[in-house]
Design a protein around this ligand. Structure first.
Ligand code: NAD
Length: 419
């Protein structure tokens, strides 16, 4: 069997979802048409660990159109859309993913992808890449390179590289301007707030929203929460980012202070236990806790479980934890990234993933051609790729760039200004 999905009969629905995404991802579809002609991945196997939902399916089909054999699994046990996984299996993609995988199943599926002996990896969070380095070292020499989708993955890979433990080159797709400025900021912002509203049906206007972390993800969520009428407080450990938050007009406070006022808490740090027992003890009855960072470690869930005297699921993806004094705290989507892990979470808007996955597709083709010649470290995506994605996106939006005059070009290149 070349796939393992929840229910293959869901494929027709998944196919319609993929078609809907294709219709809204013009940049990736332009690249698919180009790749169908040039076949830059001919004869190669691509192993991917990505949120297996409709936008990712458009990428997987694009890699297949480029000539690759594709094996894919999820990068989070809750973010797979079973309909999409089934449709991909019907399309001939080797897919091993279903929503609600246990940790054991999750790792078994990563291993199944590696059983295809991929030449190139496409990862989100670096679990696939780290598994190769820990348990499947026999594959290291075969792999030309990998590309990594998110901040947490890049942080892990930079640590590996600094210790001399990274054995093949990795393209930092996350760090490209056409990814980080749009996906981390606008994509996560819209999808996180959509998910919180969709899961809880709560009003954001007038609520005290506490955003922990004011990086790319945090900046987006705060601005969109403010736009919906929330009173936003930011918690930061970095002096520059904290100052930026303050000058953007947000209250900046320590977690111990913010804990008392928040109605909704959203963690966006990529760090662990940023909301701990001592903070939960201070929270108001009814406070909602959720996470938009990559792993489910930002809210100390074991501490919450210990603090609670009663626990029940009140709505799908909403767990109530009742404390000894009767206060109730609500955890969304098991503390996993709320914009993808909830049943009603749609993930980033399609138009955003159009750019992120265009970068992934072009980076994969780049690795096919140049991977063998690159050092085993984390590499920036070449500027030409970034510019190509931005230009294709602008074209799809019907936006035209101003052209500098010859005189302006000369002026910008000169240094003896005014003499
Ligand atoms: N949910 C999604 O779809 C999605 C999308 C993109 C990125 N991510 C993930 O979101 C996380 C953040 O990504 P980013 O690009 O914003 O990273 P970033 O590095 O730009 O921002 C993280 C911020 O958190 C701050 N921080 C760290 N520890 C903290 C603490 N204890 N308390 C308060 N602030 C703290 C840092 O100083 C930094 O400003 C990562 O895990 C990333 O992988 C998720």
């Amino acid at each position: 069997m070349t796939y393992k999905v929840r229910d293959i009969k869901l494929a027709p629905k998944g196919k319609r979802m993929i078609e809907w995404a294709e219709h809204h991802m013009p940049v990736l579809m332009t690249i698919r048409r180009e790749f169908s002609r040039t076949k830059p991945l001919k004869g190669l196997t691509v192993g991917a660990a990505l949120h297996t939902e409709m936008k990712t399916a458009v990428l997987a089909k694009t890699l297949a159109a480029a000539g690759a054999r594709v094996a894919i699994t999820g990068c989070n046990p809750l973010s797979t859309r079973d309909e999409v996984a089934a449709a991909l299996a019907r399309e001939g993609i080797n897919v091993y993913a279903w929503r609600g995988e246990t940790t054991r199943e999750y790792y078994a599926n990563l291993n199944r992808v590696l059983d295809y002996e991929p030449d190139i990896l496409v990862d989100d969070g670096a679990d696939l890449i780290s598994l190769v380095h820990i348990k499947r070292r026999g594959l290291v020499n075969r792999i030309r390179g990998a590309s990594e989708e998110t901040t947490t993955g890049i942080n892990r890979l930079r640590t590996m590289a600094s210790r001399g433990e990274l054995k093949f080159p990795v393209m930092a797709v996350n760090d490209s301007p056409t990814k980080r400025l749009f996906d981390n900021r606008f994509g996560t912002a819209e999808s996180t707030l959509q998910a919180i509203m969709g899961i809880t049906n709560t009003l954001i206007a007038g609520k005290n929203v506490v955003v922990v972390g004011y990086g790319f993800v945090g900046r987006g969520i705060t601005s969109r929460a403010k736009g919906l009428g929330a009173i936003v407080t930011v918690v930061e450990i970095d002096p520059i980012n904290a100052l930026e938050a303050a000058m953007d007009g947000f209250r900046v406070a320590r977690m111990a202070e913010a804990a008392r006022i928040g109605d909704i808490f959203i963690t966006t740090t990529g760090n662990l236990k940023v909301i701990r027992k001592e903070h939960m003890r201070l929270m108001k009855d009814g406070a909602i806790l959720c996470n938009a960072g990559h792993f489910n470690v930002e809210i100390d869930i074991p501490a919450l479980v210990k603090l609670a005297v009663k626990r029940r699921e009140v709505l799908e993806d909403v767990n109530e934890f009742q404390l000894r004094d009767g206060r109730r705290l609500y955890l969304l989507a098991e503390g996993r990234l709320v914009n993808l892990a909830g049943m009603r979470s749609l993930g980033h808007p399609m138009e955003i993933m159009d750019m992120s996955f265009a970068l992934q597709a072009l980076s994969t083709a780049y690795l096919a051609k140049h991977g063998r010649g690159l050092e085993p470290r984390v590499h920036d995506v070449p500027t030409e790729i970034d510019r190509k994605v931005a230009e294709l996106k602008l074209r799809s939006l019907g936006i035209k760039l101003e052209k500098p005059t010859v005189e302006q070009c000369k002026y910008l290149r000169s240094w003896q200004i005014g003499t």
